[in-house]
Ligand binder design. Structure first.
Ligand code: TRP
Length: 77
């Protein structure tokens, strides 16, 4: 795997309780492999790895990436 893939990381800061950060597997089979729950104010720093090709965020959070910042929204509004 190229070096760039391993350098990519994102920072997730939960704005509400129970934000889920879900890692999805790399390869032909795309499955959830890990779910981390963050409460308001908690921060997770995550990388894309040999095992993780996609990251799903459920709930209200700020997401900082090398490509910019984005705010995920909660279903509740
Ligand atoms: N064991 C996982 C991996 O090396 C850990 C991980 C890395 C992860 N990035 C993640 C888990 C993003 C959830 C979300 O790929």
């Amino acid at each position: 795997m190229d070096e760039k893939t391993f350098k990519d990381y994102i920072v997730i800061k939960a704005i509400e309780d129970s934000v889920n950060v879900i890692g999805l597997t790399r390869g032909s089979d795309t499955k959830f492999h890990h779910s981390e729950k963050l409460d308001a104010g908690e921060v997770m720093i995550a990388q894309f790895t040999e095992h993780t090709s996609a990251i799903k965020i459920r709930g209200h959070a700020m997401v900082y990436t090398p490509y910019g910042e984005i705010e995920s929204e909660s279903k509740k509004g």
